[in-house]
Design a protein around this ligand. Structure first.
Ligand code: PLP
Length: 361
């Protein structure tokens, strides 16, 4: 048996949609992107969606549209993928690293509150592994200090916070469609917002700051999504709820069958829909194996695992001067393991994984 920790699910429908675009001759940004944007905005419950060519581009454009630049600071969680913080640096601003909550692994509002400085302009909260962060508490801090709130929803398509979908929970939200994500376009991303002016600014910035053909009112980027990517995205958008339901079912199976094995299974905060981009367990203190030995033992049986993430972002060499103390992030980086939860994992494979884990405990 070979069970990868992540696998994109694309089939004949995606292939046919791409072939249609190839035959149309309009490969770059065009009407297919517009349709995908409109359907994605509806899916999120947001007024606007702007397609871009990666989640990193989405974050960079969202921050720039919010006016973030040199001399500003932006609070980000220490435990996330690098791009959450690097997009702040790409604007010439400084990321301030907040610690995360020990149970949800999401940004800790108390840590955010302690970091806010006179130059702080925004907070990026990450819906890590598919679970929305504590939007209510972080929103309250942003309102008190007049800060822009941005969702990094790269891992959380279809997740919900008190009945509202990711993408409609903050001033701006950013998605990734990288192949391992809950839905894919190959590479791609999306910015969503309810704010007309911010949407217009994002559109300008992702297309060379071009307000009319060959008239440039800002220095922007080429972050445009292609019709090819959007064609894949439209098909995947029709499938993502099925994918998410299967991820949730798989996670419930793990929750039931991994109890008592010495692994701490994911905690789901009240009022949220977790869509399990990753199913991340912690090896409890006193677990009989080191993490490497645990992963090696599963690898010997063909079970893929991964560590998301082995080094907190505040400890990355590039940020060593901005080092902040984030003990929960440090603990998680040393103890988490992701198990295969993606929709292609079969019932038989789930049972096989749980048996293999049980044998180790
Ligand atoms: C939390 C988070 N933010 C941002 C990104 C960046 O997205 P992309 O790889 O599409 O640039 C990713 C994806 O890897 C991510 O997981």
């Amino acid at each position: 048996m070979k069970i990868p920790v992540a696998r994109p699910i694309v089939g004949e429908e995606e292939i046919a949609a791409v072939a249609d675009v190839m035959r149309s001759g309009m490969l770059a940004q065009g009407s297919v992107v517009t349709e995908f944007e409109s359907r994605f905005a509806d899916y999120c419950g947001a007024a606007h969606a702007i397609g871009v060519n990666s989640g990193t581009a989405a974050l960079h454009a969202a921050l720039l549209a919010a006016g973030i630049g040199p001399g500003d600071s932006v609070v980000v969680p220490a435990f996330t993928f690098f791009a959450t913080a690097s997009s702040v640096s790409m604007c010439g601003a400084t990321p301030l690293f907040a610690d995360v909550e020990p149970r949800t692994f999401n940004i800790d509002p108390d840590s955010v509150g302690a970091l806010i400085r006179p130059d702080t302009r925004a907070v990026i909260g990450v819906h890590l592994f598919g679970q929305p962060f504590d939007v209510g508490a972080v929103r309250a801090l942003c309102d008190d200090h007049n800060l822009v709130l941005i969702e990094d929803a790269a891992q959380a398509h279809g997740s919900e916070y008190h009945g509202k979908r990711a993408g409609s929970l903050a001033d701006l939200a950013c998605f990734s469609f990288y192949p391992t994500k809950n839905m894919t376009t190959g590479e791609g991303g999306m910015v969503t917002t309810d704010d007309d002016a911010l949407a217009e600014r994002v559109r300008l910035l992702i297309n060379h700051g071009q307000s009319q053909k060959y008239l440039h009112s800002a220095v922007g980027y080429n972050y445009r999504m292609t019709n090819i990517a959007a064609a894949i995205g439209l098909v995947q958008l029709g499938r993502v709820e099925g994918f998410n339901e299967r991820r949730i079912e798989n996670a419930r199976y793990f929750n039931r069958h991994l109890a008592g094995t010495g692994l701490t299974t994911p905690h789901v905060a009240p009022g949220v829909r977790h869509v399990y981009h990753q199913y991340v367990v912690k090896l409890a203190a006193g677990y009989p194996l080191t993490r490497d030995a645990f992963m090696d033992a599963l690898a010997d049986k063909g079970i893929g695992t991964a560590v998301h993430y082995p080094i907190p972002v505040n400890r990355q060499p590039v940020y060593e001067n901005e080092y902040a103390s984030c003990p929960v992030a440090d603990d998680l980086a040393a103890s988490v393991v992701s198990l295969p939860v993606h929709p292609a994992v079969t019932d038989e494979e789930l049972a096989f994984i749980c048996d293999a884990v049980r044998e180790l405990s």
